[in-house]
Design a protein around this ligand. Structure first.
Ligand code: BES
Ligand code: MN
Ligand code: MN
Length: 456
C-alpha cells in the first residue's frame, strides 16, 4: 500500500491534467447560453467518479441543472461521509480583465488561473482524487457519498427539493465541504461559520419615458439621482445599516469569543496593499476580521440607469436600478430581513418617484460546531499534513445549503476548505495554488481515517 503523499507525488501530473479538463468546460450557471456546457460538465464529473471507483453514479435531472450522485458503501457499520461540492462557476465577465482566458487553465507562479479553479472545481475534485487513492489502496475508512450540484452560484434553487426527495439515499453521519478559505499555507484554519444572504433588486421609476435632460432636467426628479440618495442613506455615519430592526436578532459574541477571533494572524498593511486601497472602511467599533466574519453587511452589487454607451447622450432616464445584497449572521433570518428592507426602502421613497423591491434568492447563516468528532478529525488531518495546528475562523461567504442540510438531513457540516481569500473568487484571474490542491488531496484521506477512528 502506497501512502497518500507518495501517491500524490506519483500521480500529480495526471491530477492536474484532469482538473484542467474540468476547468476547460465553461459551466456558468447564471447564463442559459452555457446550458450545454453545464450538462457536459455534469457528465464529466459522473465519469470521473465512475473511473475512481464509485458505485451507483447517476446524473440526476432537476428542474434546473443536474446533480451528480455517487457512492461507495463498504460496510454499513462504518460511518458515512457525504461530500458536497458544486461544478458550476460564476460568469467570467469582464473577460478583458483576465490576463489569460478564463476557460484555458494556465499555470503561473505555481497557481492555476481559471474560472472555477478555487470555487469550486479545484476543491471538490480533490475529494474525487482522494477517493481514488482510498479505493486503489484499500484505505477507505468510511462509507462515502458524493453530491455535486450545478446551481450553487445561483442559489441552489433545486437542491432543496432533491435533498427532501432523497433523504434515504443521502443518509450519512456528517457532511464535508471544501468550498471555503483557510488563512494561509503557513496557518491552516477551518471556517466554523458562514453568513446568510438576502438579495434584492430595486427599481426607481420617475417619468413615463426617457426625457431630454435640457428640456425637463431640473424640473422632474432624476431616478438615478434619487436612487443614489436612497442607497447612500442605507448606512449611517458610523457605517451601521440604517434599516429599522435590522440588528434585532444579531447574536453578539462574548468578549472572549471576539478576542479569540482577533488572534488569527492578519496583516492590515498587506491587506490594503493587496487590494490597492489607501484605507479600510467599515462598521464603527469592529475590526476587519469581525466586519467580515460576525457582522451583517449591506452591499450594492450593481447599479445602472440612463445612457452608458459610447460618447455623451443628454438624457434624464425614466428608470434606475440596483442589485443589493445583505450578508446575515446568526440569528438573522433572510425572509425577515428581506421584508424589513422592502418596507424601509418603500417608506423612504419620495412621492416624485415610484420604487419597487424585488426579492431574489437568499440563505440562512450557520455556525458549525468545533467540539464534534468531525471537527476534531479535520483538525488532526490538517495538523498532520501542514505540521501546524489549524485554528477556527468565521468566513464571510455564504453556502446557503448548509443550513438546509442541517434542517432536512439533521447533519452538521465540516468546512474543510483549502482556498485562500486572495484567490480572486468571482473576480477576474481566479486562481488556486497547485500546492493547495495537492495538500488538499493528501489531507482528505486522513480526515476519513480519523473520523472513523474517533467514531468508534
Ligand atoms: N464558495 C463560495 C462561498 C465562500 C467563499 C464561502 C469563500 C467562504 C469563503 C460560494 O460558491 C459562493 O460564492 N456563494 C455565494 C452565495 C450564493 C447564494 C450565490 C456567495 O457567498 O456570494
Ligand atoms: Mn463555492
Ligand atoms: Mn462562489
Amino acid at each position: 500500500m502506497q501512502n497518500i503523499k507518495e501517491y500524490v507525488e506519483a500521480n500529480k501530473q495526471r491530477f492536474l491534467d484532469e482538473l484542467f479538463d474540468l476547468l476547460r468546460l465553461p459551466s456558468v450557471s447564471a447564463d442559459p447560453k452555457f446550458k450545454g456546457d453545464v450538462e457536459k460538465t455534469a457528465d464529466f464529473v459522473a465519469q470521473k467518479l465512475r473511473e475512481a471507483g464509485a458505485d451507483n453514479v447517476e446524473v440526476c435531472p432537476t428542474a434546473g441543472n443536474p446533480i451528480v450522485y455517487g457512492e461507495k458503501i463498504i460496510d454499513p457499520a462504518l460511518p458515512t461521509v457525504l461530500t458536497y461540492g458544486h461544478y458550476d462557476v460564476q460568469p467570467a465577465d469582464p473577460y478583458e480583465l483576465w490576463d489569460t482566458p478564463p476557460f484555458e487553465p494556465t499555470v503561473r507562479d505555481g497557481k492555476i488561473y481559471a474560472r472555477g479553479s478555487a470555487d469550486d472545481k479545484g476543491q471538490f475534485y480533490m475529494h474525487v482524487k482522494a477517493f481514488e487513492y482510498m479505493i486503489k489502496n484499500d484505505a477507505l475508512a468510511c462509507n462515502i457519498k458524493f453530491m455535486i450540484e450545478g446551481e450553487e452560484e445561483v442559489g441552489s434553487v433545486n437542491l432543496g427539493t432533491f435533498v427532501k426527495e432523497n433523504t434515504e439515499r443521502l443518509k450519512a453521519d456528517v457532511i464535508v465541504i471544501s468550498d471555503t478559505s483557510m488563512i494561509s499555507m503557513e496557518q491552516p484554519s477551518l471556517e466554523t461559520g458562514l453568513r446568510g444572504l438576502s438579495y434584492v433588486e430595486v427599481e426607481v421609476t420617475g417619468p413615463n419615458r426617457d426625457l431630454h435632460s435640457g428640456v425637463y432636467g431640473g424640473a422632474v426628479a432624476n431616478p438615478a439621482t434619487i436612487l443614489a440618495k436612497l442607497i447612500a442613506s442605507l448606512h449611517d455615519e458610523n457605517n451601521h445599516i440604517a434599516i429599522p430592526g435590522f440588528y434585532d436578532d444579531v447574536v453578539e459574541l462574548t468578549a472572549e469569543e471576539r478576542k479569540a477571533l482577533n488572534e488569527a494572524p492578519f496583516d492590515i498593511e498587506e491587506y490594503k496593499t493587496d487590494l490597492g486601497i489607501q484605507n479600510i472602511w467599515g462598521e464603527k467599533g469592529f475590526t476587519t476580521l469581525e466586519r467580515t466574519g460576525i457582522r451583517p453587511t449591506l452591499e450594492v452589487n450593481g447599479i445602472w440607469g440612463g445612457y452608458i454607451g459610447e460618447g455623451a447622450k443628454t438624457v434624464l432616464p425614466s428608470k434606475a436600478n440596483a442589485k443589493i445584497s445583505m450578508r446575515l449572521v446568526p440569528n438573522q433570518n433572510s425572509h425577515r430581513i428581506t421584508e424589513l428592507f422592502k418596507k424601509h426602502f418603500e417608506s423612504i421613497a419620495p412621492d416624485y418617484v415610484k420604487v419597487e423591491v424585488k426579492p431574489h434568492h437568499g440563505g440562512e447563516p450557520v455556525v458549525t460546531p468545533t467540539d464534534s468528532i468531525a471537527y476534531k478529525a479535520a483538525e488532526r488531518a490538517l495538523h498532520e499534513t501542514f505540521g501546524v495546528q489549524p485554528i477556527p475562523t468565521r468566513g464571510g461567504g455564504s453556502i446557503p445549503i448548509v443550513a438546509l442540510f442541517e434542517e432536512v438531513l439533521g447533519l452538521k457540516t465540516v468546512l474543510l476548505g483549502f482556498g485562500l481569500d486572495s484567490d480572486n473568487l468571482h473576480s477576474p484571474n481566479e486562481k488556486y495554488g497547485i500546492e493547495n490542491y495537492l495538500m488538499g488531496i493528501s489531507t482528505i484521506p486522513l480526515f476519513h481515517k480519523y473520523y472513523a477512528e474517533l467514531s468508534k
